[in-house]
Ligand binder design. Structure first.
Ligand SMILES: NC(=O)c1ccc[n+]([C@@H]2O[C@H](COP(=O)([O-])OP(=O)(O)OC[C@H]3O[C@@H](n4cnc5c(N)ncnc54)[C@H](OP(=O)(O)O)[C@@H]3O)[C@@H](O)[C@H]2O)c1
Length: 327
């Protein structure tokens, strides 16, 4: 079976290369990829700023959807022909990709592979960081920064479905309105004035139990200021900078927890455990339509540089995808 995949010879050039499709190990499946999700980490990898882990495929692409076309003997829960979405350990920008069977979610008949490719990275990232590291519980209040992002559009809906009060931030009044339509009770415009002032005026300052911070930098002190006593702040991105100057007294006065993680470095077994929890607690809300993927645009695989530029400009709302069904 022939595979076609994207190679970035330099940050400014991409090429479609052909080789023999890899064979799955006993606990893996080979997926004929229909769509692949684009993540910020892929742009950094293309620029040479985020080398993949040593045991990962050097081919970019962290999440896919498509059809299982080969399966190792230990993949008892999946059959050839099953439609799935999956987290990949690299290798998603391709016509065929390997995924562990326990890193796959089986798709219902009424979900397109386009919708499904928007889910794996967001579901896993939000589950692990907000519900596990952040220990968000029903009845609590959560602030999900970047509600307009691929991660945030799903995260806002997940938190709302789990019976929490969700507040968020986005970069314009129009984008804030769209995030409110996803289920957020209040959305601050991070370009529209001081965040602490906006959250105070809305009555949320000092009452936020969990914060998912996708931006870091100068946002961190605002996070500490708006957190409730015993609040948990989980940082997963540094779009506003890797360095933060914070008032440490805020941490001990409110007994706050500051943590973070990166999915790429999370152990295989931990990811599988998260998928089990998602299947049980979140997937029913996806099947019922309460959580809906938000897809902004789909680009042909060959136009990957154009798609990356779209993400760099930040004009998208929700997810950018690649259509990997190359002729
Ligand atoms: N650690 C992990 O495991 C992990 C996994 C996945 C993603 N991430 C991180 O999560 C973030 C979102 O990823 P994504 O793929 O969903 O990206 P994305 O779709 O491109 O979204 C970027 C988001 O960041 C917001 N934003 C941009 N500049 C900002 C600023 N200066 N201050 C506050 N918010 C700002 C944007 O808001 P507007 O567009 O409304 O302006 C948008 O909501 C990235 O930082 C990514 O690296 C981390």
């Amino acid at each position: 079976m022939t595979r076609q995949f994207i190679e970035f010879a330099s940050p400014e050039s991409s090429a479609l290369i052909s080789d023999e499709a890899p064979r799955p190990s006993p606990d893996e499946v080979l997926i004929e990829v229909h769509h692949a999700g684009i993540n910020r980490a892929d742009l950094l990898q293309r620029m040479g700023l985020y080398p993949p882990p040593e045991d990962a495929s050097p081919i970019p692409g962290l999440e896919v959807s498509g059809v299982v076309v080969a399966a190792g003997p230990q993949c008892t829960g999946l059959q050839l022909g099953d439609r799935v979405c999956a987290l990949t350990h690299g290798g998603g920008y391709a016509s065929h990709a390997i995924a562990r069977a326990d890193h796959c979610l089986k798709l219902p008949d009424d979900m397109t592979t386009e919708q499904a490719a928007a889910l794996p990275e967001a579901l896993l990232t939000v589950w692990y960081n907000v519900f596990e590291r952040g220990r968000l519980a029903a009845g609590e209040t959560v602030l999900i920064h970047g509600g307009s992002s691929g991660i945030g559009t799903v995260g806002v809906q997940m938190a709302e479905a789990m019976d929490t009060t969700v507040i968020s931030s986005a970069g314009s009044a129009e984008r804030c309105d769209r995030v409110e339509q996803l289920g957020a009770a209040f959305v601050a415009n991070y370009r529209g004035g001081d965040l602490l002032d906006q959250l105070s005026a809305a009555g949320y300052a000092g009452k936020i139990d969990v914060i998912l911070d996708i931006a870091g930098g100068d946002l961190m002190q605002a996070n500490l200021d708006v957190a409730a006593p015993d609040g948990r702040i989980v940082c997963i991105g540094v779009m506003r900078g890797m360095q933060s100057e914070i008032n440490l007294a805020t941490l001990f006065m409110k007994r706050l927890t500051l943590t973070g993680s990166t999915l790429r470095r999370l152990e295989t077994a931990e990811r599988a455990r998260c998928f089990d929890a998602i299947r049980e607690q979140i997937w029913p809300h996806v099947l019922s339509g309460r959580i809906q993927p938000v897809v902004d645009s789909v680009y042909p695989l060959q136009n990957v540089l154009e798609a990356h530029e779209h993400m760099r400009l930040g004009t998208h709302f929700g997810k950018l995808l690649l259509d990997c069904r190359v002729a």
